[in-house]
Design a protein around this ligand. Structure first.
Ligand code: HEC
Length: 189
């Protein structure tokens, strides 16, 4: 091979190299474009997932709030029933209706238990209350001891009031209990 041919060959190699380089560069930049649009798509779906997570989060919060509200309403209803049971219990004792008294004590017990479920914060106090007074009331009723029953009833009632004071319960609670006690006073007076 003479010198001229060698130069031509080198030139041809350089030209091929340049063409190949351009070709490869274009190919790579095309691929980069594809990848970057895929990345954009991915980013979009991540954003969508993010916003759905937020939506789920806020509906979970809504459900929790409405559950808490329902529990609060149920607790107040339970308290109202507890008030009525206490009133009928006093009547039952004063008229020596011991069978009726036993039924009322059972119902009072059940309602206290339900109130404890509805208010987990106050549950321990309510359970203590149940464990202390329900057996005392049952005992006095089964002994058909009118005087003893009256004492236990008064002790129970005073504990209702002290919990209301301690729990910072609304005036309506104290008002209703006052109504109960005034009805009871009228009855016994
Ligand atoms: C653990 C403490 C606790 C004990 C024990 C308790 N209560 Fe309550 N009671 C409350 C609270 C707190 C409220 C207020 C609820 C509210 O309005 O959110 C309430 C409310 C009431 C209400 C008013 C309900 C209304 O319409 O607003 C009555 C009636 C009542 N209680 C009766 C009783 C009686 C009777 C007893 C005893 C046998 C008793 N409670 C024992 C904590 C207690």
């Amino acid at each position: 091979m003479n010198g001229e041919n060698k130069t031509l060959l080198v030139l041809a190699a350089v030209v091929i190299g340049i063409i190949l380089g351009i070709f490869l560069e274009q190919k790579i930049s095309g691929e980069i474009n594809v990848v970057s649009s895929d990345v954009k798509k991915l980013e979009m779906s991540i954003k969508e997932i993010d916003s759905s997570i937020k939506a789920v989060d806020s509906s979970v919060k809504d459900v929790k709030i409405s559950l808490a509200e329902k529990e609060k309403v149920s607790f107040i209803r339970d308290m109202q029933e507890i008030g009525r049971r206490m009133l009928s219990l006093d009547y039952a004792g004063k008229f020596a209706r011991w069978d009726a008294a036993k039924i009322e004590i059972d119902e009072l017990d059940k309602t206290l238990q339900d109130a404890a479920i509805m208010d987990s914060q106050r549950a321990p106090t309510i359970q203590d209350f149940r464990n202390t007074y329900i057996p005392k009331l049952r005992d006095a009723a089964s002994k058909k001891d009118a005087k003893g029953f009256e004492n236990v009833w008064a002790e129970t009632y005073n504990t209702c009031i002290s919990c209301h004071k301690g729990a910072g319960s609304p005036p309506s609670a104290i008002e209703t209990l006052r109504e109960i006690s005034s009805e009871v006073d009228q009855l016994s007076g």
